[in-house]
Design a protein around this ligand. Structure first.
Ligand code: MRU
Length: 404
């Protein structure tokens, strides 16, 4: 295995260059790809070499910076680029992945900042470049700072629930997809809460009578972000975990509720923590396909009298909140190609290292396939939405009051 890293995005301020960690090669190989143009970013985002709502917004923004910088530095005056042509390229980049609102939020912000001071026929200049640069650097830096706040707010919510229930001893957390450093500028959202919780309850001196014993990341079919990326991050951090398939969740919770150990832990699942690609006005939250069923499962167990209670938490920065959309029914769910279900792609693992990449068929060729990348957990099945500002819970009438 080549040298390990959790840095998904490398932006060099001095040389104004951008590299992204090719997440399709993880966990077997650490390899960075250079992003020089908006088209490069479009392809990398679409192919999911970079993925995760905050990360694609940051890469999209930095790609505009690099593209504009290189244009101003190298192009001759005869190729005069107008504001209109740049705005068209940004609109194209927005279409690379439709569900995560972070990408369109960030890129629309950049467009609005330019449109405020310039006409469509104006030529791109250094001041426009500076606007894009400042916005993108702030987006990256704020995301990192906000993830630590989400981690802290999530930890405080977890502590308050466990104290309220007078819970003592070890507990477990389930999570889906990858919401960690690799999906953001660092630390992560849902995985950021898990990181902060482990750091404070297990590694620091604490007077609490409960601790995080085990994390169960879901494999996250069909793209396996859980199996490939979340396990990579948990392993990197030495947080104890056991990988499970997406269809093992109910059995896992049931087994642990009966105090039967799974591998080396019998700590009950107290929290299911997920990220989000878009949280809309009423609190409905789009996230990786399989998230909806997790919210149903948590609520099923909570409805059994005397059963161990599980809180379903959505972790998301304000950049993921979309107050212009009223309910989850209006969220566009990206559908991805059939071959993501019918084939598996990956490097051949040999005794000496990693060999050439192979595609293996795992379904009948030519069949009908439905491959939505996301689903929506309805607000009524969500206990808390944790942002950098606070842990938002429902009011007395059972509604979330979201603001930015
Ligand atoms: O298809 P992906 O890998 O981009 O999906 C990612 C997710 O669904 C994440 O949970 C979400 O983007 C939040 S990342 C902090």
């Amino acid at each position: 295995m080549s040298e390990r890293t959790l840095q998904a995005i490398k932006f060099d301020k001095t040389n104004v260059s951008l590299e992204i960690l090719d997440q399709l090669l993880l966990p077997y190989s650490t390899s960075y790809i250079s992003i020089k143009t908006i088209e490069d970013a479009f392809q990398a985002i679409k192919l999911m070499q970079v993925r995760g709502a905050p990360a694609i917004a940051i890469v999209g923004s930095f790609a505009i910076v690099v593209d504009t910088y290189n244009y101003l530095k190298y192009s001759s005056e005869s190729t005069n680029r107008t504001v209109e042509s740049l705005i068209n390229s940004i609109d194209y980049l927005i279409t690379s992945r439709p569900t995560a609102v972070n990408l369109s939020n960030a890129l629309n912000d950049i467009k609005n900042l330019i449109n405020k001071s310039y006409k469509s026929t104006d030529l791109i200049n250094q001041t426009i470049y500076k606007i894009i640069y400042d916005y993108s650097v702030a987006l990256y830096e704020d995301d990192l700072a906000n993830n630590f706040k989400i981690g802290e707010n999530g930890l405080n919510y977890i502590k308050s629930i466990l104290k309220e229930e007078n819970f003592k001893g070890p507990f477990s957390i389930i999570t889906i997809c990858n919401t960690g450093s690799l999906a953001t500028s660092g630390h992560g959202t849902a995985l950021g809460i898990i990181r902060s919780t482990y750091e404070k309850l297990n590694k620091s001196n604490t007077n609490e009578e409960f601790w995080l014993d085990h994390v169960y990341p879901l494999e996250t079919r069909p793209y396996n972000q859980g199996a490939k990326l979340t396990t990579y991050e948990l392993d990197y951090e030495r947080i104890p975990f056991t990988l499970i398939c997406d269809n093992m969740v109910s059995a896992l919770i049931n087994t642990l509720n009966d105090s039967k150990p799974i591998k080396h832990s019998s700590a009950p699942v107290k929290f299911i923590i997920v990220g989000a690609d878009r949280v809309v006005k009423n609190g409905d939250s789009a996230n990786k396909i399989g998230t909806f069923q997790l919210s149903v499962i948590a609520n099923y167990f909570n409805s059994i009298p005397g059963s161990n209670k599980i809180k379903f938490i959505v972790a998301a920065p304000n950049t993921t909140i979309d107050l212009n959309t009223n309910s989850g029914k209006d969220i566009i769910i990206e559908e991805r190609p059939a071959n993501e279900l019918t084939t598996l792609k990956g490097p051949v693992l040999t005794a000496n290292g990693i060999g050439e990449k192979l595609t293996v068929g795992i379904a009948t060729p030519g069949i009908s396939v439905w491959n939505p990348a996301f689903d929506v957990a309805p607000y009524n099945l969500i206990d808390a939405i944790v942002t950098e500002e606070s842990s938002i819970t429902k009011d007395a009438s059972g509604k979330f009051n979201l603001s930015k």
